[in-house]
Design a protein around this ligand. Sequence first.
Ligand code: PGA
Length: 254
Amino acid sequence: MRKKIIVGNWKMNFTTKEALNFISVIKDKISCDGIDVAVCPSYVSINDVKKELEGYNIKIGAQNVHYKEKGTHTGEISIEMLQEIGVDYIIIGHSERRQEFNETDDIINKKAKVVLAANLIPIMCVGENKEEREENIHKEKIELQVKMALDGIDTEKLKNVVIAYEPIWAINTAPATKEIAEEMISHIRDVIFKTKGSEVSNKIRIQYGGSTNSSNTKEFLQMPNIDGLLVGGASLKEDFIEMINIALKTQKEN
Ligand code: PGA
């Protein structure tokens, strides 16, 4: 059975002081027994949050990485820097980065390779926008994003990848229905099955993301193909604790 994975994407929220306050409140209220839980602070807070979480099972992720090893890339962060600081996960290809910083599928593929080569886990985001859904090209769009992101990555490494299906129209607005999320995530699994084989498609974990909170966590996590959640806004609140408790229960019930 695939292990549920709940990841908080804090985006450009929380100063280090705020992050530490929040973590000190939630860390003793969270049990990660049998599931994976991580938070992704801003780069400047990662180190302090990591120290605050010493001895706890909550893992740390970064929200981005550059695909080049080092050099003249002002404002960017390399994989070696993140390795040194000790992150476990790296979000790549978030729709906000695709939209605001013109990240392409090719760049996302390069980032995935760099993250996997460092033995870290990429959380690779894919998702269609409202217009693509209205034009009924959302399935093709996702298929292309998944194929391009995973291109050239060997099967053994692929089993460690986490994919997050995040329809852009559902981020920070109103969530997709559980049926839509399940349909799209099973489509992603099918694309992986056809291109990479059954072992990978059975093992790879696929999250849903977009306006999740404790009142919809259970319905998403009960769907057969949904292995976790990438949580934005609700991961900045104590509601995140309740979401993790629900994930724990769902994992045990399955
Ligand atoms: P949201 O964000 O939960 O605030 O909609 C999800 C995400 O963008 O990862």
